[in-house]
Write a protein that binds this ligand. Structure first.
Ligand SMILES: *[C@@H]1O[C@H](CO)[C@@H](O)[C@H](O)[C@H]1NC(C)=O
Length: 399
């Protein structure tokens, strides 16, 4: 029984910690805020403090991040007086990079960039791993903290923020981009396996995190976790200024609904700033929504499917260059483009008319698969991404 529970739990955990709910960007630190750099520093912590074991190590990291309020302690217990040894620059980096918060300037701190172009928040990652390790050692209290610590409390608090907060226009966290996209080495967890593409890749990789999460949660479960976490939060920490009663119930209901739509129903869409788009030329024509059609194309050129964020982003830039400079269009023609890396790339997006299907551009979105598919099909995963996820996302969002 325990073993079965653990297997599921670990799967849940991995799916959760890579969920990366808040995509944003920021970071004017001297160190690159990349997952790769974070892992290097974790290795330093491990080498300078030998014999810790996995649990000891995450607790040391938690102490650097100052993650020990009553809510965290309720599930994970207090930190002992750990005095880890670490080079000051590594310790500064950890302090800066672990604590999750959104600044008054609308910048999100406590997130790092992964090699697949998406963003991961470290606080839920660390708390989730610690809860998982404790649960593996038999702690039911820690097991019950998995969702509250990694997701539900943060989600609930963001729903109940006073409306005056600068963040409130985007209660689920702003979309955003990093100030600079370095090209770190491929991170194994994120990369599709070998040349065979995503269909033969393992399940627990970053591009599947939404699909994995859909297998764990649904609207009613999420709502329950959020309500319970907020009740515990009010009891342990207090709730100055949070919405209450009926107002809180409505906010939670609407918040969860929007969360499910955006982060479970929709695919991850890599925004223009992330792939390095040039600005639109001229004045875009606004689409009149909802549209009745979704036109599906293949790019033909480039003819090869792109299997990594770096490759897909480069393809996007070269198509935009071709459409703007050789064709003389205002922008890349497609509304969206499907990579074979598990992601959709934003072209003209939901609101601006594209140039993809002559005579029909005002009636539908144009979506193109990168690659030449005259003789073969795109991977099953890419097909699902467009057919099941992007289409549902368009309908659910009024497009
Ligand atoms: C949500 O998931 C739970 C647990 O798997 C299940 O019992 C419940 O019926 C689901 N609810 C909906 C609305 O799908």
């Amino acid at each position: 029984m325990r073993i079965t529970t653990m297997g599921t739990m670990v799967t849940h955990l991995i799916a959760l910690v890579v969920l990366g709910i808040f995509t944003c960007a920021c970071g004017h630190a001297t160190f690159p805020w990349t997952m790769e750099h974070f892992i290097k520093v974790v290795e330093q912590v491990e080498t300078s403090n030998p014999g810790q074991g996995a649990l000891g190590l995450v607790r040391v990291l938690r102490s650097f991040g100052g993650l020990e309020d009553a809510f965290v302690q309720h599930f994970l217990g207090p930190l002992k007086d750990e005095s880890p040894i670490l080079a000051p620059e590594a310790s500064d980096f950890l302090q800066a990079v672990i604590g999750h918060r959104v600044t008054g300037k609308g910048e999100e701190e406590g997130v790092v960039l992964t090699a697949d172009g998406t963003t991961v928040a470290l606080t839920p990652l660390l708390l989730g791993i610690e809860a998982g390790l404790l649960a593996a050692g038999g702690s039911d209290q820690a097991l019950s903290g998995l969702y509250p610590l990694t997701l539900a409390k943060a989600l609930g608090l963001s729903f109940l923020q006073p409306h005056s907060s600068p963040l409130h226009t985007e209660i689920l966290g702003p979309d955003g981009c990093w100030d600079s996209m370095t090209s770190p080495r491929i991170f194994a967890l994120s990369a599709p396996a070998g040349g065979a593409g995503l269909d033969s890749a393992p399940r627990l990789i970053s591009p599947w995190r939404r699909g994995n999460f859909r297998e764990l949660a649904n609207t009613s479960l999420l709502q329950g976790w959020v309500v319970e976490s907020l009740a515990l939060y009010r009891k342990l920490i207090g709730d100055p200024g949070l919405a209450e009663g009926a107002e809180s119930e409505t906010a939670i209901k609407e918040g969860v609904k929007e969360f499910v739509r955006r982060y479970m129903e929709c695919p991850t869409i890599i925004p223009r700033c992330q792939w390095g788009a040039k600005p639109y030329r001229g004045t875009p024509t606004q689409l009149t929504l909802p549209l009745s059609f979704l036109y599906v194309h293949h790019t033909y050129e480039p003819g090869q499917p792109c299997l990594s964020f770096q490759q897909c982003a480069a393809n996007m830039r070269s198509m935009q260059r071709f459409h703007q400079e050789d064709r003389g269009w205002d922008d890349i023609g497609y509304s969206f483009v499907a990579g074979s890396d598990g992601y959709i790339y934003e072209g003209r997006g939901w609101h601006w008319q594209g140039a993809h299907t002559l005579g029909h551009n005002s009636r539908g979105y144009g979506v193109s698969f990168i690659g030449d598919y005259t003789a073969t099909l795109p991977s099953q995963r890419s097909l699902e991404l467009v057919r099941d996820r992007l289409a549902a996302c368009a309908v659910g969002g009024g497009g």
